[in-house]
Design a protein around this ligand. Structure first.
Ligand code: HPA
Length: 268
């Protein structure tokens, strides 16, 4: 894939600015945009090689600017495997960020709660993931310029950053969850039997994103922190049927807290 064309295009818009940290904004979590100062907004459709995001609730733009005194590059809208892309295309932006000099990334997502003590509206810091139901994003010829053929995954999510993030979430919401995120390909929500199986396997939350991005970010040596916004209880936990509307409603309800959490995290 031609990452360099995209890098050149973005550099043409931001000059020699090197973003210190990348942020991927999950479903309904695009609220940060208004707080980003001195921003340059680039639509995905204008960037060579970028896929175009197709989900309602997901915008499709890159925002480069300042937040809490840091230079950030934010993805307002991300790419999902279920949209029909090859999984490699979904992580194209992450590798572009790496080539732009980004060493830190915050991944955010909306997720279903599998852990029975969770409630919609909770924030969970991801401390590990399950992804063995999906094709590896690193399948195929290794791209040696980014990382090794067999990358270690014993600490995908940085332990120090998990601690920092949890403390901030607790300060703003009163309760910080920490757990294992199960990656499912979607687009249908899981069945109750699948959720029971995932719980038995040790999952606390479930969603359709983040893991391919986290793997590729680790592959190229970035420090990764990920947060799930628990937007609904997973299938079968309650009598309720699941819907994208509920996901967006909950994300909408807690977006103010989300914004404060990210802003405070960036200050540190
Ligand atoms: N399952 C999968 N993905 C999700 C869910 C869920 O329950 N909620 C938000 N994204």
């Amino acid at each position: 894939m031609d990452y360099q064309e995209a890098v050149k295009f973005i550099k043409g818009k931001i000059g020699n600015t090197v973003p210190e940290i990348a942020i991927v904004l999950g479903s309904g979590l695009g609220v940060l945009k208004n707080d980003i100062q001195n921003k340059v907004v680039i639509e995905y459709k204008d960037i060579p090689g970028f896929p175009i995001s197709t989900v309602p609730g997901h915008a499709g733009e890159l925002i480069i600017g300042e937040l809490s005194g840091k230079t950030i590059i934010a993805m307002n809208g991300r790419f999902h495997y279920y949209e029909g892309y090859d999984v490699k295309q979904t992580v194209f932006p992450i590798r572009v960020f790496s080539l732009l000099g980004v060493n830190n990334i915050i991944l955010t997502n909306a997720a279903g709660g599998i852990n029975l003590s969770y409630k919609p509206g909770d924030f969970m810091v991801v401390n590990d993931h399950l992804s063995f139901f999906a094709e590896s994003v690193l399948r195929g010829k290794n791209e040696d310029e980014f990382g090794v053929r067999f990358p270690d995954m014993s600490e995908v999510y940085d332990r120090e950053e998990i601690k920092k993030m949890k403390a901030i979430i607790e300060k703003y919401t009163g309760v910080a969850r920490e757990g294992v995120y199960a990656y499912m390909k979607g687009p249908c929500f899981e069945t109750p039997a699948e959720i029971r199986a995932l719980r038995t396997l040790g999952a606390d939350s479930v969603g359709m994103s983040t893991v391919p991005e986290a793997i590729v970010a680790r592959h190229c040596g970035m420090k990764v922190v990920a947060i799930s916004c628990i937007t609904n209880m997973a299938a079968g936990v309650t009598e309720n049927k699941l819907s994208h509307e509920e996901v967006n409603e909950t994300a909408n309800r807690v977006k103010g807290q989300f914004k404060e959490i990210i802003k405070e995290y960036l200050k540190e």
